[in-house]
Design a protein around this ligand. Structure first.
Ligand code: SF4
Length: 337
């Protein structure tokens, strides 16, 4: 989701470009009032990225966004007002085949109706909105049920998935920032994806939204739903690692080199390579036998080059990254022949 006002169209367009480059497949923009629609039109014309409009309460903004060419509208029909307004939004959405996303979260459910915040009340609240659309003969519905609590988010989405046929947009809300956000988002979204639940995902992170996309892609990779063109595996090191080796720096250098040399070609071909950087040659090649190629620390500053668990040769640590890249190039070339 962009985090600049849409009135700043240049910043919005630039941010959408950066999100696209980072791998986002759909970007949501917040429309705060009817005047926002003029700016949305400018943004819509400037980018070909699928866009979702975030609208609260006002049916005219939702309709205007649909007419401006938005690809999805996030609005809760129960908050629009009377039935006639809901019908107008539904008619506009149907005319242009635009799905409506219902978004329920712990902070927004009606506490008078649902005094207890739990999976049942979140799902019941989502279903209240769903039924309004269904009663208007509208079924192109996406639902998101989010909480800031990992367990509550997972349980609510599991419950909804077992009760209703609609696609789910999954994520954690108010997830914070940094390591804490990454771990909590990965736990919640990852658990659901591994269960086969979740059609789109969003990592909510305070700060640059590009980071949200980077983390989301890593979660998809961890859940086996996206193949990383280059995946680096590295051991945590232990007392067997030669103290002269700075394994973290070597692993980071290997990652940079692999992405620079092979990232684009691998992304295009859809193939992924796994490259290992291990602390010792005693256990490293065996522990990383599933890697396409790797290097492992030896004694006295040397490193061992290996491929699919087979030891190839020893090399000076200073030449290891280059030798590893050459070996990966050979493997990629052989595979493509
Ligand atoms: S590969 Fe070697 S250095 Fe790394 S954790 Fe295993 S035993 Fe320790």
């Amino acid at each position: 989701m962009t985090n600049v006002p849409i009135e700043d169209t240049a910043a919005t367009i630039a941010q959408i470009g950066r999100l696209r480059e980072a791998g986002a497949g759909l970007v949501r923009v917040a429309l705060r009032n009817e005047a926002s629609l003029e700016y949305l039109k400018i943004v819509r014309q400037a980018v070909d990225m699928p866009l979702s409009a975030d609208v609260h309460f006002n049916h005219r903004i939702a309709i205007g966004a649909i007419e401006a060419g938005i690809d999805k509208v996030r609005i809760n029909p129960g908050n629009i007002g009377d039935d006639a307004k809901v019908r107008e939004v539904v008619r506009a959405a149907k005319e242009r085949s635009v799905p409506i996303r219902i978004g329920v979260n712990g902070g927004s459910i009606d506490r008078a109706k649902y005094p207890n915040l739990n999976a049942e009340s979140l799902v019941a609240s989502a279903m209240d909105h769903v039924r309004i659309l269904e009663n208007n003969d509208f079924f192109d519905i996406v639902v998101s049920i989010k909480a800031s609590d990992v367990r509550l988010t997972v349980e609510s989405n599991r419950l909804f998935a077992s009760a209703a046929p609609y696609p789910l947009h999954v994520g954690l809300t108010e997830a914070g920032y940094g390591v804490s956000c990454v771990v909590q988002s990965a736990a919640a979204i990852g658990a659901l994806l591994i269960d086969g639940i979740g059609d789109t995902i969003r990592v909510s992170m305070t700060g640059d939204p590009v980071e949200e996309v980077v983390v989301a892609k890593k979660i998809l990779e961890a859940a086996g739903l996206r193949k990383a063109p280059v995946r680096i595996i590295a051991c945590p090191t232990c007392g067997r690692t030669d103290p002269s080796l700075d394994l973290l720096s070597i692993a980071q250098e290997v990652e940079r080199e692999m992405i620079a040399r092979f990232g684009e070609a691998l992304e295009r071909s859809g193939r992924g390579i796994v490259v290992a950087v291990m602390g010792c040659e005693v256990n490293g090649p065996g522990e990383a036998a599933h890697a396409d190629a790797g290097i492992a620390g030896g004694r006295g500053g040397a490193m061992l080059l290996f491929s699919r668990g087979e030891k190839l040769r020893r090399i000076a640590a200073g030449d290891a990254v280059c030798a590893l890249a050459d070996e990966v190039e050979r493997i990629v070339r052989e595979d493509s022949e």
